[in-house]
Design a protein around this ligand. Structure first.
Ligand code: NJP
Length: 254
């Protein structure tokens, strides 16, 4: 949201060590924002800092103390205009009958409770600074079912409800709550993580059509952040042209 301030706008981006998060940091920095980039892998964050000039905090969004440390750092180093809750991901594609309970627990902790923890920790700073934006990167998995996807669709539906409910609860305050719901994005790690490092299975997700790339979603995020302050893009669903739904993708030769 544009504000009458002399310093550059400042954002926190979670899940910044790869994919959509890293692309968002690059775009924000290129547009003159100050950025605090956070994730667990220090080496990747430091390389991103070197490349973009972003400030970095190594933190795990599933660890309360890490999130508290992130919030203290942001407060001590001055000002917050946007929080991009992007850290998240999928684990497994097993049918309900065969799925691993622990994977569901980890997905919930990362996608839902991670977003909850970071939002709770940073919302007061957005408020005390006169307002700002909370972006939540969910998924088209937040909008429907697919076989093998119950764990991931379940947590992304819950994350969407967190964003929607927060928007209702703070309406009237100068804080926008924006949900970005990507379809298939060929990031280097999302499907690798989902399939436990199986590169062939991961590559097959994006075969036979042109998927989105991380920068497409970063572009969408920045677009929502740069609308006039009275405009709240509640939800932006962004898919590859070839993907009509979670289960219908036009693939060459299929
Ligand atoms: O994923 P990936 P994407 N604490 O795996 C971090 C959603 N989405 O960019 O901690 C803190 O490249 C991890 O870093 P590290 C998706 O659900 C995607 O594709 O160092 N950070 C990394 O930076 C997610 O919400 C697609 O391992 C933690 C980042 O999270 C968002 O888009 C489709 C962490 C994950 O980067 C970004 O996805 C869709 C923790 N505990 C929705 N655990 C898609 N790619 O197709 C992980 O519908 N991270």
């Amino acid at each position: 949201m544009s504000t009458q301030q002399s310093r550059p706008r400042r954002a926190v981006v979670t899940g910044a060590s790869s994919g959509i998060g890293a692309a968002t940091v690059r775009r924000l920095r290129a547009d003159g924002w100050d950025v605090v980039a956070t994730a667990r892998r220090a080496d990747r964050l430091h390389a991103l800092a070197e490349e973009t000039g972003a400030d970095v905090v190594v933190a795990d969004v599933t660890v309360e103390a890490d999130v508290a440390r992130l919030a203290s750092h942001v407060e001590d180093t001055g000002g917050l205009d946007a929080l991009v809750n992007n850290a998240g991901g999928a684990l497994g594609l097993e049918p309900v009958e065969a799925t691993d309970v622990e994977q569901w627990r980890r997905m919930y902790d990362l996608n839902v409770l991670g977003t909850l923890r970071v939002t709770q920790a940073l919302l007061p700073q957005l408020r005390s600074g006169g307002g700002g934006d909370v972006v939540v990167v969910t998924s088209t998995a937040a909008y429907g079912a697919y076989e093998g996807g119950a764990g991931y669709t379940g947590v992304k539906h819950a994350e969407r409800m967190l964003a929607t409910t927060l928007r209702w609860e703070i309406v009237g305050e100068p804080i926008r709550v924006i949900e970005i719901a990507p379809g298939a994005v060929a990031t280097e790690e999302f499907s690798l993580v989902r399939f436990g490092g199986d590169a062939e299975r991961a590559a097959a997700v994006y075969a036979g059509y042109e998927p989105l790339v991380a920068d497409d979603i970063a572009d969408a995020i920045i677009w929502t952040l740069t609308r006039p302050p009275h405009v709240n893009v509640d939800t932006l669903v962004v898919r590859p042209r070839a993907q009509a739904s979670n289960t219908k993708t036009a693939r060459a030769g299929a």
